[in-house]
Design a binder for this molecule. Structure first.
Ligand code: UT7
Length: 336
């Protein structure tokens, strides 16, 4: 048996900064409301035409991660790509990364677990390395939200939150099983699937043909919907549970946490968790202020920034935790 370790990290965000004041020109919202409820000050959006895509941002982040891992791109054995905003309905972006990186015909898997996507993807990669099947797995989380949001007052409870960006990690074999990824825990509760969802187009409901033929200007089924307060209440409970589950499995206590990198859903959620576990400001990393909620990209962007800022040191207990649409949630406990 082996462990896997995070050998390299990278992130990429598009250049275009969209402030809360910019959004208030499109919809009835204010900088004050957004900052007070979410902590977000600005986010990045791709250019509407000819700009970055989910895949192109993922590839840019991946190149940095591969370089920092100190391996050749052809030493990548497998690709796992987490996103809710793929370039194409099918095929998923994993194969586009294989093409655009110009690497061997390795397997490419697409993960569809929204805000928990990166945690799910890490867990998948970890199992392949633990079993001895692969040495190096490229894990990417990338999202283009800006092209799919309702940028009017009707959609303001969702559209002010989400931003675009990508993060990537190379997971590599670790022979010392007291180090690296110690455990991953994953959960789902599909009962609440429609509380945070994008319902169309879907084969079980309304497909593109239906939307086009009905030509209903009031149709909003192709915009994401969220029951914000319900999601918030579930998030704080599930975040806490799954962090405790991960710590318990490794005989660790909240006081053992050196750095918690939570999914950047809402600064208020992170602060709730921080208070609940009695963690100091230096032990919880947040960057939602700059990027908003980038779903599957949020943890790898935050983890990369934390690492670049010297906040992750060898031997540290690093905890990743996420909750989101599905509902899905999960945690990763790492001994760095
Ligand atoms: O990443 C996946 C997981 N996602 C989450 O964890 C998100 C969890 N939920 C949240 O973060 C919060 O629920 C939101 C930030 C989305 C919303 O905050 P809230 O405090 O729950 O607000 P609310 O939805 O209860 O709305 C309160 C009021 C409403 O007006 P009335 O009915 O009281 O007159 C909304 O219409 O705020 C209004 N509102 C806004 N006002 C200005 C909703 N969005 C906006 C807005 N600007 N952008």
């Amino acid at each position: 048996m082996y462990n896997s370790k995070i050998a390299g990290l990278g992130y990429y965000v598009p250049e275009k900064v969209v402030t809360n004041d910019d959004l208030s020109k499109l919809m009835d919202t204010t900088d004050e409301w957004i900052q007070e409820r979410t902590g977000i000050q600005e986010r990045r959006h791709v250019e509407k035409k000819g700009g970055d895509t989910t895949t192109s941002m993922g590839v840019k982040a991946a190149k940095i991660a591969i370089d920092r891992a100190g391996i050749d791109k052809n030493e990548i054995d497998f690709i796992v790509f987490a996103t809710l905003s793929p370039d194409y309905y099918f095929p998923g972006p994993g194969v586009l990364v294989q093409r655009d990186l110009g690497i061997k015909t390795v397997g490419a898997l697409d993960v569809r677990n929204q805000c928990s996507g990166f945690v799910y993807a890490i867990s998948v990669a970890d199992q392949y390395i633990k079993s001895g099947m692969y040495n190096n797995v490229l894990v990417i989380g990338s999202e283009v939200h800006s092209k799919g949001l309702d940028m009017t007052t009707r959609g303001r409870n969702v559209s002010v939150i989400f931003g675009d960006g990508a993060g990537a990690a190379v997971l590599s074999r670790e022979i010392d099983t007291s180090k690296g990824i110690l455990s991953t825990h994953l959960h789902s509760e599909g009962q609440h699937a429609e509380e945070l969802a994008l319902l169309a187009p879907g084969m079980g409901g309304r497909w593109v043909n239906d939307i086009v033929s009905e030509n209903d200007p009031e149709d909003t089924s192709y915009f994401p919907i969220m029951n914000g307060q319900f999601v918030f209440k579930n998030a704080v409970v599930r975040f806490s549970e799954v962090i405790m589950e991960g710590l318990g499995t490794n005989n660790l206590q909240p006081t053992d946490i050196d750095l918690l990198v939570p999914h950047q859903a809402n600064l208020r959620i992170s602060q709730f968790i921080q208070k609940k576990f009695g963690l100091g400001d230096d032990k919880v990393f947040n960057n939602i202020m700059k990027y908003g909620n980038t779903t599957a990209a949020s943890i790898p962007i935050a983890l990369t920034e934390a690492w670049e800022g010297g906040k992750v040191k060898e031997g540290d207990v690093v905890v990743l935790a996420a909750f989101g649409s599905g509902f899905t949630w999960g945690s990763v406990i790492i001994r760095w």
